[in-house]
Design a protein around this ligand. Structure first.
Ligand code: SF4
Length: 443
């Protein structure tokens, strides 16, 4: 960092970011605002005048991790501000750590800034405000998360996000597109569109018209997909519900305007459990839709997540889930055992499943999916495909195909001594595969 960017006497803020990509975007916004006001972000506790901890409160393990991080920051530094999902969960923080200076909920950049101002007033310097229009990013430079809305209108019984983050609030499409365009101009090569419910984008504002570069656009999922597709970079859609209007973006995938990739959290397949979870989709309808999507876009990659051991899940319910898995033939799948998050209504609806049964079902589920995934990846051997370089190490290039989102999906290991910048697209031929990854040579 040059002395021009950061004056010698700048106040220094330590920042700890925990949790999901949505929390990461909150962190990026807070850091961007802090930098715009002349604060320096310090990588160490001892070099910081104050520390901000962005917490996660989704499951008990995350609560534990967040509390530990707050305790460590208090021990090592002493001046701590807490934000994020755990901050929205009542008195947990003040009961554990009354010495914390301020607590806010998630998506509260301005409140965090006010708390920082109260304990560490900003320096006024002519050298600050040199913030790139794309903001400060915490992800590697070649990809970025694009958060399009906050909150959620669903009330899935296992989830406390609506009570933490409130109902759906969509960002105006003009603002989202400007941010996306700035990121593309800043050499970002892939945007990962995130929210709690991406396909509901714009419902809360009745698809209100907004403006981007003077063009009127509707704040609506399909329109966002079309216009993001004009940026000429990889666009990946996450957290999409299988609503009927999602069908409208499949042709865009077939035309390669956006990546042929949908991340749809199905969560289960048994009608009884889906009802108990208060999820809207039925598994039969979903299978018909998937079939139709594959007819329109044969290369589509489908990623999903599931919960096993939901309260009241019988062996028959679980078997229906396994049957669905075989039938749906999904490409990428994550699975969790049900975790009774404090405050989730599902905790009261039926008997909890014993831990050993949950673990047994998780293993059977993952074993089956590993076989499906291996078989699907095996069919790619001999094919040529475009991949994006993520990194280079002594063994070659570490890349991702269009079917792989960063962090959660597989990788393509390319046997090559070529040197490329992260984000470069190269063509490779697949030579081998494993359960989750591919191996390739450059062509
Ligand atoms: S869709 Fe369901 S699981 Fe997702 S955030 Fe909304 S309530 Fe939670």
């Amino acid at each position: 960092m040059s002395s021009k960017d950061t004056p010698q006497n700048a106040h220094k803020v330590g920042f700890i970011s925990l949790g999901c990509p949505k929390a990461l975007v909150d962190s990026e916004q807070i850091i961007t605002k802090l930098r715009a006001e002349g604060y320096e972000i310090s990588p160490s506790y001892e070099g910081s005048d104050i520390v901000v901890v962005n917490t996660c409160g989704f499951i008990d393990d995350a609560v534990e991790e967040s509390l530990e991080a707050i305790g460590e920051a208090l021990n090592e530094n002493g001046k701590v501000i807490v934000t994020g999902c755990l901050g929205a969960r009542g008195d947990i923080i003040s009961n554990n750590y009354p010495q914390v200076l301020a607590v806010t909920g998630p998506h509260a950049a301005n409140e965090v800034l006010e708390a920082v101002h109260a304990h560490l007033p900003p320096e006024h310097s002519p050298y600050t405000s040199l913030i790139p229009p794309a903001g400060i990013k915490l992800t590697p430079e070649h990809y970025a998360y694009l958060k399009i809305s906050e909150g959620c209108n669903h009330r899935c019984t296992f989830c406390i996000i609506p009570s933490l983050r409130g109902d759906l609030v969509s960002r105006p499409i003009g603002e989202v597109m400007t941010e996306a365009e700035n990121l593309a101009n800043a050499e970002v090569k892939e945007l990962l569109v995130i929210s709690q419910d991406t396909s509901a984008y714009g419902v809360d504002v009745k698809y209100k018209t907004d403006f981007w570069n003077g063009r009127p656009l509707k704040t609506r999922f399909e329109d966002l997909a079309v216009h993001l597709g004009e940026l000429g970079i990889w666009i990946r859609m996450h957290y999409v519900y299988p609503y009927p209007h999602v069908d409208k973006v499949i042709p865009l995938m077939a035309e390669e305007k956006i990546l042929p990739y949908l991340d749809i959290p199905f969560q289960h397949a048994s009608p009884n459990i889906l009802r108990a979870m208060k999820r809207p989709a039925s598994s039969e309808n979903v299978l018909t839709r998937i079939k139709k999507w594959r007819e329109i876009c044969p290369d589509i990659t489908l990623r999903s997540t599931f919960i096993v051991g939901f309260p009241g899940e019988t062996e028959d319910d679980f078997q229906q889930l396994l049957d669905f898995l075989v039938e749906a033939d999904l490409d990428r799948v994550g699975c969790f055992t049900y975790s009774p998050v404090e405050g989730a209504t599902a905790n009261q609806i039926a008997e909890q499943i014993p831990e050993d049964v949950k673990q047994d079902r998780l293993q059977r589920f993952m074993q089956l999916q590993a076989e499906i995934s291996s078989a699907k990846l095996n069919k790619k051997i001999g094919h040529t495909m475009q991949v994006m370089v993520d990194d280079i190490d002594e063994e070659g290039i570490i890349a991702r195909s269009k079917a792989d989102a960063p962090e959660v999906d597989g990788l393509v290991f390319v046997d090559s001594e070529s040197q490329y910048k992260a984000g470069t697209l190269i063509d490779v031929k697949i030579t081998n595969s494993s359960e989750h990854d591919l191996f390739a040579v450059e062509v």
